[in-house]
Design a protein around this ligand. Structure first.
Ligand SMILES: NC(=O)c1ccc[n+]([C@@H]2O[C@H](COP(=O)([O-])OP(=O)(O)OC[C@H]3O[C@@H](n4cnc5c(N)ncnc54)[C@H](OP(=O)(O)O)[C@@H]3O)[C@@H](O)[C@H]2O)c1
Length: 292
């Protein structure tokens, strides 16, 4: 009988971690972590752990000795970080540091999740060589985490992903899911017409991660859809796919916004490096929209 390699995926109770657990469970024996939401699906062994506590992470690695670690766990809500920065720093920076140190000590490759929000959004079309300049606490914690990962190891992939869309399996959510839930309640959604991303579908993300675990690439990689879209266009795609009236969408501008924290105008990622590296095709906006 073929023995499946051990994979540790942090944050299986979240949106991205949950999808990765399901997607990779036929090829790997997966242990996944959660903190406040327990799901206990048989696709993985589930372990409750606060990843910002070093001793707990050390014990986890001693018991598992994984062949790869995928670190998705984080506090990823921008508004939450602006209001209450300390818990976000703890998990996003210290948690990432604990994982990176353990990976280095055991020569375990690490796929670390980062974000387009390490950029300030003034220019757009960011490539891996562009200097990051985060303008939110969330973005700053994710950039600090990247620095820590690079400091401790050269056996890493830092995957900077764009806004990720799709339906959650267990926990977590996505921007498209938030729009959908509002439309189901017949509630209007106020969406920015002048805020651009290169949205990525969760299924396409899982396909890429599956490939990354099998190739020798190490370093920073931008992963996104191949086309730029604003929030209104994403909302329209959700409305069309689920047959809701587009009248529920109220376009607003970030210039007129009363947001208490700064909003980036254009966080689009340049995916030339990923396109050259990967056999997996990256989806355009119309493929993404059909799969929402
Ligand atoms: N979703 C996106 O559009 C997007 C875009 C760019 C980058 N990213 C990055 O992708 C990664 C995954 O994002 P996501 O959307 O899947 O996030 P999510 O749904 O909010 O999931 C976050 C996960 O982190 C866990 N967690 C939080 N605090 C923890 C702690 N102290 N100890 C252990 N686990 C803890 C949560 O566990 P519990 O729920 O059990 O508490 C959950 O499993 C993050 O690193 C994020 O920065 C996401």
């Amino acid at each position: 009988m073929l023995i499946k390699p051990q994979l540790l995926i942090t944050g299986g109770s979240g949106f991205i971690g949950g999808h990765l657990v399901k997607h990779l469970s036929s090829q790997y024996t997966i242990t996944t972590t959660y903190w406040s939401h327990s799901f206990q699906d048989p696709a993985a062994q589930w372990i409750k752990i606060d990843l910002s506590r070093r001793s707990e992470v050390v014990t986890l690695f001693e018991t598992l000795n994984p062949a790869w670690v995928i670190h998705t766990a984080a506090l990823a809500t921008v508004a939450r970080g602006e209001k209450d920065p300390q818990p976000m720093s703890q998990i996003n920076i210290e948690g990432a540091g604990n994982i990176a140190k353990c990976c280095t000590q055991r020569a375990t490759p690490l796929l670390h999740f980062s974000t387009d929000m390490v950029f300030d959004g003034k220019e757009g079309n960011y490539s891996e060589t562009d200097p990051p300049f985060p303008i939110t606490h969330y973005g700053r914690t994710k950039l600090e985490a990247e620095k820590i990962v690079k400091h401790y190891s050269d056996n890493f992939i830092i995957l900077r992903i764009a806004l990720c869309l799709g339906s959650p399996i267990w926990g977590g959510s996505s921007f498209s899911q938030w729009v959908l839930e509002n439309m189901r309640k017949n509630q209007p959604v106020h969406l920015y017409v002048d805020q651009f991303r290169t949205p990525l579908h969760i299924i396409n993300l899982c396909q890429v991660v599956e490939e990354l675990l099998t190739i020798p690439f190490r370093g920073i990689l931008h992963l996104a859809g191949t086309e730029k879209a604003n929030r209104v266009q994403i909302g329209q795609a959700v409305a069309q796919q689920y047959h809701f009236s587009e009248k529920l969408i109220h376009p607003v501008t970030i210039t007129d916004s009363l947001s208490p924290y700064p909003l980036q105008k254009d966080l689009s990622l340049n995916v030339s490096k990923a396109k050259n590296l990967l056999k997996t095709s990256l989806w355009n906006f119309s493929t993404l929209a059909k799969n929402l």
